[in-house]
Design a protein around this ligand. Structure first.
Ligand code: ADP
Ligand code: MG
Length: 697
């Protein structure tokens, strides 16, 4: 049986080259793709609303007689004619307005005729009106039948309107009734889960019939939707798992067990590892024993101590004569890692090298030479690490810090540095707390570790929300705190605007605070300053030469100054909760009581206020992330980069979380031998082009 659903849409009646072109713009080339072009919503044209029952804002079907019709002119442009109809049924009156109309339309819309129209009712100057209803002229004695099912509203494109697309869909639905569509999921599984077959599900979604269907569809709980949600989740998971299988087939550096260097490092740390840190290190060392490339995601809240775990992971790799590369998203953070690793590794006789964008000319050539010769064993840097001119001698382990700041392609560029046909081990760290279930779905290709414990002795950060009107008082308490020897971050945010504006705002605040706080040493860091300048200021702050540091969100990630105990954040409502949590994690690192003060405008929206309340009353990044997800949805929380990795057609990662487990079972069922064809089909249907991007080489 040939697969009719793969036929080009040009085989549908009425689809010529021009219409085909428009359908292509919607991503529709064959019938199958068109069947999966699902309605955005549905309009209820199954009943007529009497004019007396109209309410502003509702979209309704009306039927009434035209009492009068008049045309007036507006003087903008040449052809701004407005036709206004006054219509009535037995119950009331309504005004209809049309801006573009032809002579023949005008002729048909004359008084005495009956009209049936669908549109949104609006209240304009005390009168109800409907602008540009979709309409037809009818005979009131034998009106056309009402739609028995809801009218689907599809995503459309310029030049292709609802009506045209709907007609094509009807043609297609007739074909669907005649020829079955090949089922993508195992029928036994569907039966057991009480979910409809693919053709039945599509038919319901395009033409819901019962009011129960409609209610369920609108609540996104209809079995037809569940079926596709689970199917899409499973397809996504399968693509990640296939990719994992593929990557695991690659040769990787062999890392024998090592304990001498690790013991030495542990002895000189000056603290005991938490149990969570110990557990994660063990997980990493077990990965090395397996002799397939490690691909591990390490999540842990701000300040939980991921860096030292990373350092311990490097030691067996270096002992095996491989190099380790640690990539951080900002120079400030990279520089801090350079210091830590130098402090930890130098006594062990390990050569640590930094590589930043600012390294130019001769210095850069020298550094690249040291990387190429293998003299540099531990290389710490920024994006500079994956540039074309950087060649490693033998790259064994890649560590990506704060991975949400990097794109997939950047990670892959670095991965390729291990050379032809060899994959380095990879440890990917993040403090952007993604709820565990979500993380495991999005990163099914990675193994997952979590540090769920903070080092002992941390004091929780007290967070308060302070109104802008209290700024003067705030400044005097800042002065008092500085005089007591405390150190303070003052963070300026302007996240919606350009980075340049953000820096400007920080500069302004810096100047003002200098005037308002005479005698207090204030520094400034922002993204537009030279790396050396930034570094110099941060160092001065670390060494207590500065008491107050004005900064943009550049200090969000990783900066570690244990003596700083107060953070003030201006306009926190502009930031995501996870980001505020990250920022706040800069304080509360020492043993003194710490404070985070959120300085807000007085006219905060209710939603903004309730989000800040979440931050104020919670300390746990994962709880905050859960709440943030509930309030804002997955796309926002994960940021565009990550959603780019996981962009779904009908799945909403937050709304559909209850289906994760079932999708996981389905994926595993399909991955078992015997279902290879179905896996492929699912990839074709749901992942499309993205599936081809499986990397390496
Ligand atoms: P993050 O996980 O946010 O990257 P860091 O690795 O920067 O956290 O660690 C935060 C601070 O905690 C650092 O100063 C680090 O030296 C310290 N630290 C890490 N582990 C422990 C521990 N087990 N006990 C005490 N302090 C620790
Ligand atoms: Mg960190």
């Amino acid at each position: 049986m040939s697969d009719w659903s793969r036929e080009d849409v040009a085989t549908l009646n009425g689809v010529g080259p021009r219409l085909r072109e428009k359908l292509l713009r919607l991503g529709i080339q064959n019938k199958q793709q068109m069947l999966f072009h699902l309605p955005l919503r549905y309009e209820d044209r199954t009943f007529i609303t009497p004019l007396s029952a109209l309410q502003s804002g509702h979209r309704v079907l009306i039927q009434a007689q035209i009492l009068s019709a008049s045309v007036s002119y507006r003087r903008q442009g040449q052809n701004r004619r407005i036709m206004q109809l006054s219509v009535s049924d037995d119950s009331g009156f309504l005004t209809l307005r049309f801006f573009n109309f032809s002579a023949s339309q005008q002729q048909r819309l004359q008084s005495g005729n009956w009209i049936r129209g669908y549109g949104e009712v609006r209240l304009v100057q005390g009168r109800l009106e409907m602008v540009h209803p979709e309409y037809e002229i009818i005979n009131p004695d034998s009106p056309p039948p009402l739609n028995p099912s809801l009218t689907p509203v599809y995503p459309v494109t310029e030049g292709l309107h609802q009506l045209g697309l709907r007609k094509l869909m009807q043609q297609l639905m007739t074909q669907l009734e005649q020829h079955k569509l090949a089922e993508t999921l195992p029928p036994e599984w569907l039966k057991q889960q009480q979910l409809p077959a693919v053709d039945e599900a599509l038919s319901i979604l395009h033409n819901p019939r019962t009011s129960q269907d409609v209610r369920q569809i609108q609540a996104m709980t209809h079995p037809a939707q569940q079926r596709f949600i689970i199917e899409e989740l499973a397809a996504h998971r399968i693509s990640l798992l296939l990719r994992k299988q593929q990557l695991q087939g690659y040769p990787c550096p062999t890392i024998p067990p090592e304990s001498r260097l690790q013991q030495k490092l542990l002895q000189q740390l000056g603290f005991e590892l938490t149990l969570a840190q110990q557990r994660v290190i063990k997980e990493i060392l077990q990965d090395f024993e397996r002799n397939t490339p490690m691909m591990r995601l390490l999540q842990g809240d701000v300040g939980c101590g991921k860096t030292v775990v990373a350092a311990l992971a490097c030691l067996p790799v270096i002992a095996a004569d491989y190099q380790c590369a640690l990539m951080a998203p900002t120079e400030i953070l990279a520089e801090q890692h350079v210091q830590n690793f130098t402090r930890w590794f130098k006594p062990l006789g390990i050569n640590v090298l930094s590589l930043m964008g600012a390294d130019k000319g001769k210095t850069r050539r020298q550094k690249e030479q040291m990387i190429a010769s293998g003299e540099a064993q531990m290389i710490v840097g920024t994006h500079a690490l994956f540039q074309a001119s950087v060649e490693f001698h033998a790259l064994g382990l890649i560590i990506i810090d704060e991975q949400h700041r990097f794109g997939v392609d950047q990670r892959q560029a670095l991965q390729k540095k291990a050379g032809e046909n060899q994959l380095p081990h990879q440890l990917i760290m993040t403090a952007t707390p993604i709820p565990r279930t979500l993380a495991m779905s999005m990163y099914a290709d990675l193994d997952y570790s979590q540090i769920d414990e903070l080092p002992p002795g941390r004091t929780p950060v007290k967070t308060s929300i302070i109104a802008e009107s209290k700024r003067a008082e705030l400044i005097s308490s800042v002065a008092a705190a500085c005089h007591k020897g405390q150190q303070i971050y003052w963070v300026c945010t302007l996240i919606d605007e350009s980075e340049a504006l953000q820096c400007e705002a920080a500069e302004l605040t810096f100047i003002k605070l200098q005037q308002q706080l005479p005698g207090i040493a204030i520094g400034l860091v922002h993204g537009r300053m030279k790396a050396a300048e930034k570094e110099h200021t941060i160092q001065a702050f670390k060494q207590c030469e500065l008491q107050l540091l004005v900064a943009t969100t550049v200090i969000e990630v990783g900066v570690d100054v244990p003596n700083a105990s107060i953070m003030i954040i201006e306009n926190p409502e502009r930031l995501g909760l996870a980001q505020i949590h990250q920022l706040r994690g800069r304080v509360g690192r020492g043993s003194v009581e710490s404070f985070c003060l959120l300085l807000v405008k007085s006219d905060l929206s209710r939603q903004a206020a309730s989000r800040l309340e979440v931050i104020r009353s919670h300390q746990d990044g994962f709880v905050i992330a859960e709440k943030d997800l509930e309030i804002r949805g997955a796309g926002e929380v994960l940021g565009t980069r990550q959603t780019g990795e996981a962009s779904f057609r009908i799945v909403d990662l937050v709304r559909d979380r209850r289906w994760f487990a079932r999708a996981q079972q389905l994926a595993e069922l399909l991955m078992q031998s015997g279902h290879a064809q179905q896996c492929q089909r699912l990839q074709d249907n749901w992942i499309g082009k993205k599936a081809q991007y499986s990397d390496v080489g």
